[in-house]
Design a protein around this ligand. Structure first.
Ligand code: SME
Length: 163
């Protein structure tokens, strides 16, 4: 596979707008959700050189670690716990500019300074989250939110949950 989809220069908007159609093309040709989560985490991670980029899936009352790029992470997160469990409970994207100021933040890695979590929704049900950590404080803003929500919606378009 060619790797022209990885553009590590330009503005954040340029990089996301380059990446989105390419991820859409990859996902369109593949119905397996785990495979698509794996490629999305790889492409995002390589494009933006985040600290940790990955997915958790809702299984019962917990989020369970799914495909990711970066260091080893916590495997299970309860509903309402940490940034991930809170995003699941609230049903909305959460941007944390400084993880040390988020009550209940779960520190899988002490290097993580800021974080964004996007719920993955199918119809009205949340079936997982996309979680991204940065080593830099205040790394995520509305631009990340908008583009990552678009990327999350692509995944749902391929058939949500596990097939
Ligand atoms: N910090 C997250 C836990 C997951 S790791 O960052 C990969 C949280 O508070 O939910």
């Amino acid at each position: 596979m060619e790797h022209e989809y990885i553009v590590q220069s330009g503005t954040k908007e340029e990089r996301y707008s380059n990446l989105l159609p390419q991820l859409a093309a990859i996902i369109e040709g593949e119905h397996d959700t785990i495979a698509n989560m794996a490629n999305i985490s790889a492409c995002l991670h390589e494009t933006f050189r985040f600290w940790w980029t990955g997915f958790y899936r809702v299984i019962g009352s917990e989020l369970v670690l799914g495909p990711f790029q970066g260091p080893m992470a916590c495997t299970r997160i309860h509903y309402g716990r940490g940034v991930c469990g809170t995003a699941w409970k609230r049903g909305e994207t959460i941007i944390v500019p400084d993880v040390n100021l988020f009550p209940g933040h779960i520190a899988c890695s002490s290097a993580s300074r800021s974080e964004i979590v996007i719920p993955l929704r199918h119809e009205d049900e949340i079936w997982g989250v996309l979680d991204i950590d940065s080593e830099r404080l205040n790394n995520f803003d509305h631009v990340d939110r908008v583009w990552l929500e678009r990327i999350a919606a692509l995944l749902c378009g391929s058939g949500c949950g596990i097939q």
